[in-house]
Design a protein around this ligand. Sequence first.
Ligand SMILES: [Zn+2]
Length: 456
Amino acid sequence: MPIIKQSRRELLGWGAAAMAGGTIGWSTVSAKPPSRLGTTIVLRNARLFDGENTTLREGLQVFVRDAKILAVEPAAVAPPANAAVIDCRRQMLMPGLIDAHYHTMFAALPPELRRSATLDTLALYGAQDMEAALMRGYTTLRDVGSASFGLKDAIDRGGIAGPRIFPSGLALSQTGGHGEMREPSEVPGYGNDLPEISNYKSVIADGADAVRRRVREQLLMGASQIKVMAGGGIISPRDPLDSLQYSTDEIKAAVDTAADWGTYVTVHAYTPQSIERSIRAGVKCVEHGQLADENAAKMMRDHGIWWSIQPFVPLGKTELTDPRQIQKLESVVQGTDTAYHLAKRFGIRVGYGTDYAFNPEGAARQSTRLAALGRWYDPVAALRIATGENAALLALSARRNPYPDGALGVIKPGAYADLLVVDFAAAQSLERFLEPETTLRLIMKDGRIFKNALDA
Ligand SMILES: [Zn+2]
């Protein structure tokens, strides 16, 4: 899947034409397109999806100044003098997409590097994928496990192009849990003594004191939320899906420590037992949850828990090779339909996330899962989950929100100007998001234009 290429020359000035095509290679998108401080950009003649209402509105124009949306005005209102006007050609103007379950450092890491990758390997592949993610229309990602603080910082500074990142740092896993990537020969007593970190993805901690310490380390690094592995997972071959991971006390230790810093814990959990224990311990969000039953769903509703479901659907093939992983994947895929029905029936707020790991082809087609969301929601309702609703989920970071100066995922005055102009056909068929080179006409993040094919 080629990455959109765009030379710096083409990005000079407003409304510069973008050039599509090219081959996979190192960054060619300008990391920080020019921002003309004080100049107003006007986006007009669009069908507006604002991230909150599922009706598209016409006859409006959006004024952007610096990093923010200044106003949404009727088309008749005259723009300020010297404004840069962009004609959206009756296509859909919408907030940038948000992925609430991503692993920025290794979503697109080639699987053969999984064991050998050092932090710089991860950073280089991660940076390349961040640029590609922005060109896929994702302007914000919640990283639920990887050492992405340096990557986030480089993006925020404009050193490389990419989405905003809400980092969790390393996910906490108990010994033998979902973050357990050690080979049998590496387990103490069966070979060498072991590092406590697996692939810069998870960190092992057993016991409430150790959990508190590991949470504090992630917060020290700048985590906006904490991720805890509370039950079995798919890519870790040796922990059964039904295994309960972490005692209530251990999860509560993470929750209390995160709360002391004004933020929350989200848990990896598939089974009802794991979900219920986590809620009793005070977590605010459940990742996955495909094996949930009615009681677990009721408990989520009663406690106002967010449900970050990944629309895993049968794809015919998988990148997994270990039969233990494949068996676990199959039972989770089977549960996805039930999960969405339970979420709808009990009125549980749902997040959209993709969760690619060591899967360059999958990550390059990140919106495959956005399209899959169309099995349970109308296209625009699915887009609302991937914008305004996901932003509300990310706002749980409260005092640790790395982007506190404006709203995300919505088009309204004061929100960050993270915007897309998308072919109107995508409002009927989410599959169109799988061809971002042609479907995405304009990509703006932080008021800066990273792609503009509208004037071409
Ligand atoms: Zn994950």
